[in-house]
Design a protein around this ligand. Structure first.
Ligand SMILES: Cc1ncc(COP(=O)(O)O)c(C=O)c1O
Length: 400
């Protein structure tokens, strides 16, 4: 037998059936493909991954280094260090204008585990989960994994990537267990206004439906103001707020986020932590306290820079043949409509990577309703963004 078709093992991998229901985040796959092209000597501008390109502010790094020297190198409580839970409770009380106590906070390694744990804790077969589509792909992946029914809520450009509350209301049934909201929204940059959130709350009414409000980009709002459903009277008991440190403080690799939820649910999410991670790294949590208590001017500076890049990039994208892009109101993504190019999104994203040397994501990486769009992250230097625009323009002039 030629070696190329020799089996690599004599034991067949008997994977659990549930693994076939698990999705992924295409951003990491595109990053790998882009890296492979770079290895072949191609120059690629990375606009695929959604992470700040800035260094974590020095006061936070110093706090972590000090914490390591002080011996914060051991296991801690599953739900997080009491001081950090208290600091987060005060922060959320202040920003969402609703009293939150430390026992309603669970600290986890990144914002993502809150999606994972909430869905594992709440959703079972027959349960319907309404989630934004296009949207962060982990929502749909986890709902499918949990054997729940994923019910897409289309996020439409003509509504400025907000939520069509009438459409949401029409999707609610007796089986609806959870509604996922995300504002500012990945991938579109849409932001829910106070009016939107109040209308959503009204549509849910007094039904016993939980809301997972993913507010990981809450500090990255360029137009309008953050308004959380957590602060709507009657909704605190039914809301799980997801927030964290990754995007706000450029701490994606540190892995630290949190959920705010009723205390009886928090104990179950902490049990999932005990069963999976034991706890979030202790020295990281000490640095988290420093992040929340310390000077916030670095956050303001990063945000001002993101806004400037957004303005330059969106203006440039709008000059490219076949592309039209709304101004995102939050987060650090541009989500241009590319239907006028006549190309399907995935094919166009692949061609831009391979031929133009610009890595971006197909809108369909965020669900079927993302067809007709591409997502570009503006979390890259202005210089690279301008260079990417030139490459895109050049490619479009030759191919469209
Ligand atoms: C909407 C949304 N939620 C959650 C996350 C996860 O954040 P973290 O890196 O803190 O796990 C991301 C990251 O891209 C995101 O875009």
């Amino acid at each position: 037998m030629p070696s190329a078709i020799m089996p690599t093992t004599q034991f067949e991998l008997r994977l659990a059936g549930r693994m076939s229901r698990l999705g992924t985040e295409t951003a990491f796959e595109v990053l790998n493909r882009a890296r492979a092209l770079e290895k072949q000597g191609k120059e690629i501008i990375h606009l695929e991954i959604g992470e700040p390109d800035f260094a974590t502010p020095a006061n936070i790094v110093d706090a972590a280094v000090d914490a390591l020297h002080m011996g914060w190198t051991h296991y801690g409580p599953a739900a997080g260090l009491p001081d950090l839970r208290q600091e987060i409770a005060s922060y959320v009380s202040r920003t969402r204008k609703v009293p939150v106590s430390a026992d309603e906070v669970v600290v986890v390694p990144g914002g993502k585990p809150i999606i994972f744990f909430t869905i594992l804790a709440l959703v079972e077969s027959e349960d319907e989960v309404i989630y934004p589509n296009p949207g962060f792909p982990i929502y749909e992946s986890m709902v499918n994994y949990s054997v729940g029914k994923a019910v897409p809520l289309p996020i439409r450009e003509e509504r400025d990537f907000s939520v069509d509350v009438k459409e949401l209301a029409s999707l609610i049934t007796d089986h609806t267990k959870l509604i996922i909201l995300n504002s500012p929204h990945n991938p579109t940059g849409g932001v829910l206004t106070k009016t939107d959130v109040l209308a959503i709350a009204e549509a849910i009414g007094d039904r016993n439906i939980m809301v997972l409000s993913d507010e990981i980009y809450s500090r990255l709002i360029f137009e309008g103001e953050e308004f959380s459903i957590l602060s709507v009277p009657g909704f605190k008991e039914r809301t799980i707020l997801l927030d964290g440190f990754s995007k706000t403080y450029a701490m994606t690799g540190w892995r630290m986020g949190y959920g705010v939820m009723r205390a009886d649910l928090a104990t179950h999410v902490a049990r999932l932590m005990t069963n999976s991670n034991s706890c979030t790294a202790s020295f990281t949590q000490v640095a988290g306290i420093a992040a929340l208590r310390g000077d916030q001017s670095s956050v303001d500076k990063m945000n001002a820079e993101f806004k400037h890049r957004r303005d330059v990039f969106v203006a440039g994208v709008n000059k490219i043949k076949g592309f039209s892009c709304r101004m995102p109101k939050g987060a650090f993504y541009a989500f241009p409509n590319i239907t006028k190019t006549g190309w399907p999104s995935k094919k166009l994203a692949d061609a831009l990577l391979e031929q133009a040397g610009v890595a971006c994501l197909s809108g369909t990486a965020f669900g079927a309703f993302g067809e007709g769009y591409l997502r570009f992250s503006v979390a890259n230097s202005l210089e690279n963004l301008v260079a990417a625009l030139l490459k895109l323009e050049d490619w479009a002039s030759k191919n469209l």
